[in-house]
Design a protein around this ligand. Sequence first.
Ligand SMILES: [Zn+2]
Length: 131
Amino acid sequence: MTEAEKRQRRNAREAARKRRFRAENPNAARELDARWRNSRRLKVVSTRTAPITKAELDARLAEFCGGCAYGPLCSFEEWDHVVPLDAGGTDTIDNLVPSCRAHNRSKGRKTLFEWLRTTYIPVPLSGQEPS
Ligand SMILES: [Zn+2]
């Protein structure tokens, strides 16, 4: 058996052990997941150089006429990180744009260019039939 095969078997055994542990200890698994999320959240917060102020957010929103940055006719519902935090984006005002929920969900963890290249679908306006 080669070293690579041994490593593969070790990894498979370890993955199976983790799956078993999670199945047998759902509460502990939830606790571990929460800890992982919190550690990520702390890391995210630490990329901030200064807290984002309400005035900065208002100014940013005004740059997009109070609406979603990704569609001229949908409305602002939440802030999107243009460069996702997972991809090294920062939690700073220059990386935030207002977005509607549908566009934010559609973009997900993709960068703007990945999203535009692969999956951009204009959000249909409610109450308007496509012509
Ligand atoms: Zn939108």
